[in-house]
Design a protein. Sequence first.
Length: 337
Amino acid sequence: MESLDLTVLAHALAWRQSGHAVTLVTVVETWGSAPRPPGALLAVRDDGVVSGSVSGGCVEDDLIARTKAALQQSETQRAVLPSMIAYGVSKEEAARFGLPCGGTLRLVQEPVIDTAWISEVLQRTADHQLLSRTLTLATGQVTLEHAVRVAQMAFDGSTLTTLFGPRWRLLLIGAGQLSQAVAAMAVALDFEVLVCDPRDEYAATLLEQANGQVRRIPGMPDDVVRELKPDAHTAIVALTHDPKLDDMALLEALGSDAFYVGALGSRRNQDARKRRLAEHFDIPENHLARLHGPVGLRIGARTPAEIAVSIVAEIVQVKNRVSATPASTQASACAVA
């Protein structure tokens, strides 16, 4: 479900539409240490241009050479059905290709003939849908279905089912100095970053520094969160330190499907915030328990950049479903705010 895979599909579609032959390569199984996980994609064009990766560079050169040679055959000679290929089945081959720790890769090579399914995947993921794609190796037939977030890639030797989901997105409430640092790091991690701040002066500075990579959504924070319809691929972080803005956004965010909701402030401020939300807005306890506050991992951060690291790291930790480590004895990065 990496957005990198959607980029690979977009390149494959554009190449086919411009008249190139294209092969799509998918990692289906790995043994030992492997740089890329099952489901990772590589698209190879008939002239050797590539998009994506299946091994972090270990086998790409060999794979590109053999795929390029196959694609340059005449259409009557060119394979039209998917096929299997393996690397590192022996210690000697693993060493030759530089696979770490004797790792082994099994890949499915798939000539891209019909591009309708690619267009549909790109459109539906842009609409924040999660899809499963099933490829039947014997026929090359592709079917698309709606998927749930707990679904996993599957390969039984004859059919390959992979998942494609929307980009992870981050909505920042507030556009101050800390938001600027968080936005830059989230963009580097390929999040779609949105910002809501009715204060034009703050928003103008963030957008100028973001160089077109962050989108501002106009309006009051609670209205913006409600209209955004946060899903399980959305994180929301309130960073204005103004209860009039933060609390109203959190009121909507905590009742949504967002996978992460956080707010800046010390433990004392967070306790006061939770009391306000419970007493004045009757937010259920299970909703309040979802709030990450003080926001961020406890790494002793002090500067805006360090605090941004702690916030983004916690978002990634929750996104990847990694259990939190025992609390540090250090003061929380954001408790000083």
